[in-house]
Design a protein around this ligand. Structure first.
Ligand code: GUN
Ligand code: FE
Length: 441
């Protein structure tokens, strides 16, 4: 058994009582064995002195597209449908196995380095194997799947799938990757959005997700033009349509869900559907302001995700937390969401969206050891005297304050040094594979 001892941290547990305690955390193999108090260091293989540092659960981002990281800065200043048709789909169509791998590595490097330890990810139509490879090697915890699209206009030929083949390819990936790396990797069916999917594909996903007991991850009601397309083709509002065909169930995770009416909010609440909020993406694509306080009041689990690099343009939970709070304050007033509520969304809230609230999202004995240490000894996060820790972390801290990150008991960054990813190699290969990809456009 390997033991890691983190000594003398300020531990923001994010447990139900909201406890913040000073002391040690002992990790045995991939699980948290003790929280608080003092553990004799002679027991441990690795000892990390966390004096003056803050220990938090790793962030859980519930909507990411690793395959799009390579497209950062290549689709700025557009609305969703133009953004997809003019830029993102042609770029995804030009991917090969090599470019998906380095796109994923670039994204995972950014995520781990900024404290995110778990992601719900949506890949592109092809080469998803490469993304899983990068997930496996890097050590991040991920639920991912190939995107499915068998319908729609202005879709480049390489992304147009036959319904049966899309389902078959998904099942093949599922059988290989679901539960891989000792359960650190899981599979989710990822129909892109109703605009890209026939009813036959969606009902096929419904049945297979039940058969294999896995999640369904899709975009829904992000943009008003998207909703108009769904209404004109299916005759119903987006979420009502998803419910009518039997997809609105507890294993369904919807990204964005900005434009919901009362009936759709009722469906989400009553069917146990989960929602991901993507504030940076919603602002940059001018999609709108999601009904986050309303959903939380309804008891709906809401997580936070950066979405893809080309609509954000970072994958940084610190920025997303800040935007989550600030966006709602402008709409509803300054008291609507406080720092503690937002930090909960970024940790336990995300865990609930994934149905993993018993495994991740807080620093508690028995949970998986997905942790981050922040070094707050800097001008921008001082003073520390009598500090409100939630305020300090959510409103003042930034990604550069993340000092050490552990996923599944394995240290992936220590003292800002990445241990599973060769940063300069990945940066160089990202540029090389992008140059080749652009020549295939
Ligand atoms: N809707 C359908 N596909 C996408 C995508 O790749 N990103 C976002 N933000 N919305 C989508
Ligand atoms: Fe997205």
């Amino acid at each position: 058994m390997t033991k890691t001892l983190i000594r003398n941290a300020v531990i923001m547990t994010m447990n139900a009582k909201g406890e913040i305690i000073q002391g040690d955390v002992l990790v045995e193999n991939n699980r948290i064995a003790s929280v608080g108090g003092s553990v004799p260091s002679v027991q441990a293989d690795t000892v990390i002195d966390a004096n003056g540092k803050v220990l938090l659960p790793g962030f859980v981002q519930t909507h990411i597209h690793l395959c799009q990281t390579l497209f950062r800065g290549r689709a700025d200043d557009l609305e969703l449908i133009d953004w997809l048709r003019q830029r993102i789909w042609p770029l995804e169509a030009a991917h090969n196995a090599d470019s998906v791998y380095y796109s994923a590595m670039l994204g995972i490097g950014e995520l781990l380095r900024s404290g995110t330890t778990t992601i719900l990810d949506m890949e592109t139509v092809h080469h998803t194997e490469s993304a899983f490879q990068a997930i496996q090697e890097s050590g991040i915890r991920a639920i991912s799947g190939k995107v499915m699209m068998d319908h729609g206009t202005e879709v480049p030929a390489p992304l147009q799938e036959k319904t049966a083949k899309s389902l078959e390819d998904s099942v093949q990936l599922l059988e290989k990757w679901n539960g891989a790396a000792d359960g650190r990797i899981q599979y989710a069916f990822c129909p892109r959005f109703v605009v890209s999917c026939t009813e036959e594909l969606l009902t096929g996903v419904r049945d297979l997700s039940e058969q294999y007991n896995v999640r369904v991850h899709t975009h829904a009601s992000e943009n008003q033009d998207e909703i108009a397309i769904v209404e004109s083709e299916r005759g119903l509002r987006n979420v009502i349509y998803l419910d009518r065909i039997g997809l609105a169930r507890p294993n369904l995770i919807l990204a964005h869900s900005i434009w919901l009416d009362e009936e759709e909010r009722r469906i989400i609440r009553e069917r146990g559907v989960k929602v991901t909020h993507c504030p940076g993406s919603n602002l940059k694509l001018a999609s709108g302001v999601a009904q986050v306080p309303e959903l939380l009041r309804d008891g709906v689990p809401v997580g936070i995700g950066a979405d893809g690099a080309p609509c954000n343009n970072n994958l940084d939970m610190f920025q997303e937390m800040r935007l989550t709070a600030f966006m709602q304050k402008v709409k509803h007033g300054p008291t609507v969401m406080d720092a503690r509520t937002v930090l909960r969304m970024a940790t336990m809230g995300g865990a609930e969206v994934l149905g993993m609230e018993k495994e991740i999202g807080s620093v508690e004995v028995g949970k998986l050891a997905d942790l981050q240490l922040l070094d707050l000894e800097d001008f921008h996060v001082y003073p520390s005297f009598d500090a409100d820790w939630y305020s300090r972390v959510v409103y003042a801290a930034t990604r550069g304050d993340v000092d050490t990150v552990m996923v599944d008991g394995r240290i992936v960054m220590r003292g800002r040094m990445m241990t599973t990813i060769d940063k300069s190699y990945v940066l160089r290969e990202a540029d090389r594979t992008l140059r080749n990809l652009l020549s295939r456009l």
